[in-house]
Design a protein around this ligand. Structure first.
Ligand code: NAD
Length: 436
C-alpha cells in the first residue's frame, strides 16, 4: 500500500511539472510576460501575491532566482535587518537581467515585486524567531517566560482572550502538539489526564504528586479510597479525583474510565496510565492456595490488562494525535523467580509479556507502553518482609540501600513524558543494581 502511494505521488509530481512547464511556455509566448511579471500584474491581495512569488522562485530552474530564494532565508535566519534592503535591491536587479525585463516598458513590475521580497523575508524572519523561542524550555516560575508567552499569544491571536497562562489554548498556536520539539512547557505532561491505579499508597502516591507538579489532572484510583483521598490532600492543587476502584473487576475499571468523561468532559480522554496497583500473598508453591494464586494474578496481571485495554480503546476512539503513554509494574521477583512468590513472580512476568505485546500493537497509534522493574522500595508493601531477608537483599544491592518511592516515580514521570518519546516496550530496572 505504501509503495503504491509513493508511486502515485511521484507520478503526480511528474505530471504536475510537465504541465507546469507547458503552460508557462504557452503563457510566455501569448502574453510576452514571465511568471513573476504575471503574478505582479494580477489582481492579487498582497499576501497571496507574495505566496505566489515565493512559489515561483522556489520552483524556478534558474540558478539566479533559486539564489534569491535561499538568500532571503539565510538573512532571515541570521536576523540581518541591516542588509535586508541591499539584498532585496540586488535581487530585483538580478531578476530584471535574468528575465530580460525592460523597466521602461514594464513600469509596474519593480514596486510590487520588491514588496513581495520584503514580505517573504519578513515572515521567514518571524518563523525563525519563533523557532528560537520554542527551543527555550518553559519555566512557569520565571516571570520573564510568562511575559514572553503572553506577548506571543497577543501577537498571534490579537482578537482572542487568553484564559490562563497554562491552558489548552496553546495547542491552537502550535505549542505542545504531536511534535515534542514544539512543546514549550516542560515535559509535555501539562493538562494531560492521568489515571494512576494504586495511587493511594507507596509508589503510586509518589507518581501522583510528581504528575500534579507538572500540571497534569489525575484520577487517583485505589481500592482503598481513603488512601486515594490522602494522596490528593498531599498534592499540588489541580483537577484531581479520588476514585474507589478494584482493578481486578472489569465493571469497576469501566466506571473509572466513565469518570474521566464525567469529570473532564465527554471529549476528554486519559492519555497517561500508570498501573501501580498490586498485592502480595506469599507462600511456598506446594502450600499455596489456588485463591491466593488467583487473587495476585487478578490484581497485577488481569487488572493491568483491563485498564490498558480500555485506555487504548478510548485513545484510539477519540483519535488523540499527541499520543499516549502507559507504564506497568513488573518486579525483580519475576526476573529471578523469587522463592515464596510463585503467584507474584508469575503475575509480574505476565505483565512484562503484556507490556511488550501492547507496545508492538499500539505503536501505530503513537501509544507507548513500558514497564518498570523496581527492586526493594520502602513502601507498605515491603513492611512485612522479614528483617534477615531484607538484610540479605541489601547485601546484594550495589547501592547498599532500599529505594525511595520518589526514585521510581521519577523514572515513571520520564516514561510518561515526551522526553522518552522513542521508548516503547522497554523494561526499566530501578533496583539500585539488585539482580542485574
Ligand atoms: N515496593 C517494592 O519494593 C516493589 C518492588 C517491586 C514491584 N513493586 C510493585 O510496585 C507497585 C506499587 O507497589 P507499592 O510498593 O507502592 O505498594 P503499596 O502497597 O504501597 O501500594 C499498592 C496500592 O495498590 C492498591 N491496590 C491493591 N489492590 C488493588 C486493587 N484490586 N484495585 C485497586 N487498587 C489496589 C493498594 O490499596 C495500595 O494502595 C505494585 O505493583 C508492586 O507490585 C513494588
Amino acid at each position: 500500500m505504501y509503495i503504491i502511494g509513493q508511486l502515485f505521488n511521484h507520478l503526480f509530481t511528474a505530471i504536475y511539472f510537465f504541465f507546469r512547464k507547458l503552460l508557462k511556455g504557452f503563457l510566455r509566448k501569448t502574453t510576452g510576460l514571465c511568471e513573476l511579471q504575471r503574478i505582479c500584474y494580477a489582481d492579487y491581495s498582497n499576501a497571496y501575491r507574495s505566496k505566489a512569488i515565493e512559489n515561483s522562485l522556489r520552483l524556478s530552474k534558474s540558478p539566479v532566482l533559486q539564489k534569491i530564494d535561499s538568500e532571503l532565508t539565510s538573512i532571515a535566519l541570521a536576523d540581518q535587518l541591516a542588509h535586508r534592503w541591499e539584498i532585496v535591491e540586488k535581487a530585483v536587479e538580478a531578476t530584471l537581467v535574468t528575465k530580460c525585463i525592460n523597466t521602461n516598458i514594464h513600469t509596474d513590475f519593480i514596486l510590487p515585486y520588491r514588496i513581495c521580497l520584503v514580505q517573504i523575508y519578513g515572515y521567514r524572519q518571524l518563523i525563525a524567531r519563533l523557532d528560537k523561542l520554542r527551543a527555550i524550555t518553559f519555566d512557569p516560575n520565571d516571570e520573564s517566560h510568562q511575559k514572553l508567552l503572553k506577548t506571543l499569544w497577543e501577537k498571534l491571536c490579537p482578537d482572542r482572550k487568553l484564559d490562563g497562562l497554562i491552558s489548552k489554548q496553546w495547542t491552537e498556536i502550535g505549542f505542545q502538539g504531536s511534535d515534542p520539539s514544539t512543546d514549550f512547557r516542560g515535559m509535555g505532561l501539562s493538562n494531560r489526564i492521568a489515571i494512576v491505579t494504586g495511587g493511594g499508597s507507596g509508589i503510586g502516591r509518589a507518581v501522583c504528586k510528581l504528575l500534579a507538579k507538572e500540571n497534569a489532572s489525575i484520577i487517583v484510583a485505589d481500592r482503598n479510597v481513603k488512601g486515594a483521598q490522602e494522596t490528593i490532600a498531599s498534592m499540588t492543587e489541580g483537577q484531581h479525583v479520588a476514585a474507589e476502584v478494584d482493578v481486578a473487576k472489569l465493571d469497576s475499571v469501566k466506571s473509572m474510565f466513565e469518570l474521566v468523561n464525567k469529570t473532564y468532559g465527554s471529549e476528554e480522554v486519559a492519555t497517561l496510565l500508570v498501573n501501580s496497583a498490586g498485592i502480595t500473598k506469599d507462600g511456598w508453591v506446594i502450600d499455596m492456595k489456588p485463591e491466593d494464586f488467583d487473587q495476585v494474578l487478578d490484581v497485577s496481571l488481569k487488572g493491568t490488562f483491563y485498564t490498558t485495554q480500555l485506555a487504548c480503546k478510548t485513545m484510539i476512539d477519540k483519535k488523540k494525535s499527541d499520543g499516549g503513554s502507559i507504564v506497568n509494574f513488573s518486579s525483580v521477583s519475576a526476573k529471578i523467580g523469587n522463592m515464596g512468590q510463585a503467584n507474584y513472580a508469575a503475575a509480574k512476568a505476565g505483565v512484562e509479556g503484556l507490556t511488550r505485546t501492547v507496545a508492538r500493537e499500539m505503536g501505530k497509534y503513537n501509544i507507548r507502553c513500558n514497564a518498570v522493574i523496581p527492586g526493594f522500595i520502602e513502601t507498605p508493601m515491603v513492611e512485612t518482609v522479614p528483617e534477615h531477608i531484607m538484610q540479605g537483599m541489601l547485601f546484594l544491592t550495589p547501592l547498599g540501600r532500599k529505594g525511595q518511592p520518589e526514585e521510581v516515580a521519577n523514572v515513571i514521570k520520564f516514561l510518561l513524558s515526551k522526553e522518552s518519546s522513542y521508548i516503547t516496550g522497554a523494561m526499566l530496572q530501578v533496583s539500585g543494581g539488585l539482580f542485574l
